[in-house]
Design a protein around this ligand. Sequence first.
Ligand SMILES: Nc1ncnc2c1ncn2[C@@H]1O[C@H](COP(=O)(O)OP(=O)(O)OP(=O)(O)O)[C@@H](O)[C@H]1O
Ligand SMILES: [Mg+2]
Length: 656
Amino acid sequence: MGGINTLDFLKQVEEQRSQERALHWEGTFADYVDLVAKQPHIADLAHARVYNMVVSAGIKEEGDGQPRKYRFFEEDLYGMERTLQQLVEEYLNPAARRLDIRKRILMLVGPVGGGKSTLVTLLKRGLEKYSKTDEGATYAIKGCPMHEEPLHLIPEEMRADFKRTFGVYIEGDLCPVCRYRLEHEWGNNINTVPVHRIFLSERARVGVGTFKPADPKSQDVAELTGSVNIQALTEYGQESDPRAYNFDGELNIANRGIMEFIEMLKAEKRFLYELNTVAGEQTIKASRFALIYCDVAVIAHTNEYEYNSYFSNKENEAMIDRIFVVKVPYNLRVSEEVRIYEKLIGQSDVQDHRAMGGNGNGADLDLSQIHIAPHTLRVASMFAILTRLKPSKKAGLSLTTKMKLYDGEKQVGDWDQRHVRELHDEYLDEGMNGVSPRFIINRISSALVKGGKNYVTPIDVLRSLRDGITEYTNNEEERRKLLGFIDEVRKEFDETAKKEVQRAFVYSYEESAKTLLDNYIDNVEAYCNREKVKHPITGEDVDPDERLMRSIEEQIGVTENAKREFREGVMRSVASLMRRGQSFNVASDERLKEAIEKKLFADLKDIVKITTSTKTPDAEQLKKINEVVDRMCREQGYTPESANELLRYVGTLLNR
Ligand SMILES: Nc1ncnc2c1ncn2[C@@H]1O[C@H](COP(=O)(O)OP(=O)(O)OP(=O)(O)O)[C@@H](O)[C@H]1O
Ligand SMILES: [Mg+2]
């Protein structure tokens, strides 16, 4: 709890409690009908609740053929706009309007670590919070084990009337417990039946359930549908007495909200059968009881492999018919992938010690306390994305180019953003393969452990990825492909590294750009006027420095024959500026500016090369290195260690 002390914490707990007390509402059924008359939406069914929750967080229209952004997911899921748009617009929206689609199980299909669980968790946690808002307020018959909709009290024959009067559609019948109580406790007088506001909570088993297939021998359908209460049975004598039954299966308690079904296709038929009935008919079949109404959005997930084998089996046709599939591929944009890692690193639960070589160091490791050198996560992300992309059918468009275009780079060689849509259309199932964010994060952790430093660099991570590939696959071809991606990424990084270091050097050379330009202009002036210049050190009159002038002009392709014309042109602009009382500077002439910069970079190359690669720097070089490191720390996000390491690395690159 960063920065929160005990007192603050207790205060927060108390605030939460008092908030819940403030939201508390209890009344009779008659009071509830008053509420419904004023706010019909409180009687919404589960799918509508989920849909309204998502939409109420806001929608961003991105235009330009870009998918809409549903802000509900914005802070936790990145680069999944298309998936989320499909989920909301093709499933939740029609389901909320009670179209037939709501009778289908929503099934998320995607590769491991692609965000399926995160997505469902977001919806579950969201619903819990939403039930505490005015818009999401939810009410139930007090004491109902399934916290059911109070409107179930209204008899079938009066519902059409109710709809006409209040515009509210009623679906479902009383659960066996409430039916029993209505008769025996409330004397069949629905008006006095107690109703209260409920707050959805997975922990409290209200409106949010989860089911995960386990060992079939130990797992009973009762886990979904509830079970006979043996003790109560001896008291009440009959299994069909609702008092002798626990309506506490995951489906019972998930009523009104969401039921998550993990690894659905791993479950046995009898579980799927229950699921099928609840989704298709909104009913649960508990032994000895008539069908029990249940209003729940069933969200299942599974991996691609199980999906393919299940869906290709004719025997499963009936079930498949009841499933609405949303594919959840991996993110394919480098910058969004960087955000995923930043998020995972910011959380403390990313450390999978088993995956880190088990050398015992893992226990003390907290990624969020470690310096991650600039470009480290980017490099890891590029590798991840490359493994997920499919090669374009367009001739001459490399995977790296595709990666950059997907990431929004305006122009890459001959290709630009106009091609992105066509690229997307080439494959419908891109992103269903490749390495997962988990793999990458584990490799980053591993790099830290192995490195024994308190920082990690792109080179560390690339090395760690390389090591990890052996464990990742034993398919030789696949391995070679992945190693190839690492080389690709390394090349990209080398270019970035050189630029980064040069930039750090150049800034200290801004002065020199001016000096160099002034020097050039002095010489050109003398040349054009056939005069001498003063030697900067000896003060003697000497001929203009032809070598200096040419070394600059050559940078932009001014030939020997064209040099006079070029120089006269420069002098004309100098003169024209002077007449207007302005002085000629680096920014005055685009071409000359380019020439000066290129010349500086070329000169710099040697300086950088020598400075960065020397083992025993002299006092001058040491000063330079310190300046550069300083700047990299101040302006580019390095620490002295990571900056020095990068300098040495670039040194070896330039000396190759
Ligand atoms: N597109 C994404 N945006 C944000 N976080 C993501 C994204 N994809 C994956 N993650 C993160 O990666 C981790 C793994 O994702 P998650 O557990 O949700 O995947 P999953 O699809 O359920 O995987 P599995 O099939 O292994 O159960 C999570 O911490 C998740 O937040
Ligand atoms: Mg999962």
